[in-house]
Design a protein around this ligand. Structure first.
Ligand SMILES: [Zn+2]
Length: 209
């Protein structure tokens, strides 16, 4: 758990620098750092984030070359290739923290809600495959009073989708289950606010936090 906690703290500190407008990105991408990384990498965190252009993990956490192993896909959904990427990094590099990073006003989550409320056949099968992965975690929300409140509905849906992806990573892979049980791997869920720049960690945190 020690390394996961340490990694979480580094991400929090980096996000604080980003929010305060005092990032260290220049030094984090320097030529000397690039040179040191030619022979290998040891990223301290794995981030599964959304492809949204406004949420690049390295920038919002103020981390540099070699720090983060990042997987980005619209809606931060979990399909076999995402699980395989996480397994690869956790096994190969010994990385012990996985962050599922959703964000406010996520277009992929919004599209899934729209599809549930007004089904259409116009999307491609590929795009539908993303929507279908988001659907199970958000469709129950449409049976609640949130149905009448689009903004609150989207906020809740973003978090439900992050929780579902984190849960899927924790329980959809024997490799990751073993690393969680025996080797201190943590999978946590977080949300980035487009409005404030703050990343809030809200799911799966170690109990000592
Ligand atoms: Zn998104």
């Amino acid at each position: 758990m020690g390394r996961a906690l340490e990694a979480l703290e580094r991400l929090r500190e980096g996000n604080r620098r980003f929010v305060s407008g005092d990032p260290q990105l220049d030094t984090l991408s320097s030529e000397s750092r690039r040179d040191r990384l030619i022979e290998g990498q040891a990223p301290f965190a794995i981030v599964l984030g959304c492809s949204d252009s406004r949420v690049p993990a390295e920038i919002v956490f103020d981390q540099g070359l070699g720090d983060l192993f990042v997987i980005r896909v619209a809606g931060n959904v979990v399909a076999p290739s995402q699980i395989g990427s996480v397994e690869f990094a956790a096994e190969r590099f010994g990385t012990r923290l996985v962050v599922v990073l959703g964000h406010s006003r996520c277009g992929a989550v919004q599209a899934s809600l729209e599809q549930l409320q007004r089904p259409t056949d116009t999307r491609s099968a590929n795009l539908r495959s993303i929507v279908e992965r988001i659907r199970p975690s958000v469709e129950g929300l449409l049976d609640t009073e949130l149905r009448q409140k689009p903004d609150a509905l989207l906020r809740e849906a973003v978090r439900a989708n992050v929780r579902a992806s984190a849960h899927h990573l924790r329980h959809g892979s024997e490799v990751l289950e073993r690393l969680i049980r025996r080797d201190g791997l943590f999978v946590v869920g977080a949300e980035y606010s487009l409005e404030t720049g703050v990343v809030e960690f809200f799911d799966g945190l170690p109990e000592s936090i």
